[in-house]
Design a protein. Structure first.
Length: 169
């Protein structure tokens, strides 16, 4: 399986749920990052040259630091997964398009049986405006996807459902 991991509460919760549901499973813990140079190009900040973005050497240095940070996040996720009873290995990829696209591409590359993603709990309006990685993965996936709500999303929902069940009894 492929588990998308960015260090967020939702990603951490996804590790825990997978370990509960399918203990001992092999998992690739994927962290996706975007080089600053690609970000600047995509946002048009490189249009007139580097400008305030700095020199090419500074961009390379920033990209190297970002790559190392992403590797550390993937390693943290794999360590968390291993401590939870999964057989995990970290993987880190850079993206030049949407994060969901990078996740789906990696899932195809490793022939993942399914994809696991956490949620951050964007509100309805924010989700409409910004989209959501989990939503985009589900929408475009060619394989099963397990979406795990983060504690700030899942806990209140569980509480509401529990209250509703007690009230109906």
């Amino acid at each position: 399986m492929l588990l998308s991991y960015d260090g967020s509460a939702g990603a951490q919760e996804a590790v825990e749920r997978v370990a509960e549901l399918i203990p001992g499973s092999a998992v690739i813990v994927l962290t996706v990052w975007e080089p600053l140079s690609d970000t600047l190009w995509r946002t048009g900040s490189l249009g007139g040259g580097l400008g305030s973005a700095g020199t090419y050497a500074e961009l390379q240095q920033s990209d190297s630091a970002d790559r190392q940070a992403a590797r550390a996040i993937a390693a943290e996720g794999a360590d968390r997964a291993t401590a939870s009873g999964l057989v995990a290995r970290p993987r880190c990829v850079s993206r030049s398009g949407p994060i969901a696209e990078a996740i789906l591409t990696m899932a195809a590359e490793v022939d993942a049986k399914f994809i696991v993603v956490g949620t951050r709990g964007l509100g309805a309006m924010t989700s409409v405006l910004l989209g959501g990685v989990s939503h985009a993965v589900v929408k475009h996936a060619d394989r099963p996807v397990l979406v795990v709500p983060s504690p700030p999303v899942g806990d209140p929902r569980r509480d509401r459902l529990a209250r509703g069940t007690r009230a109906a009894a």
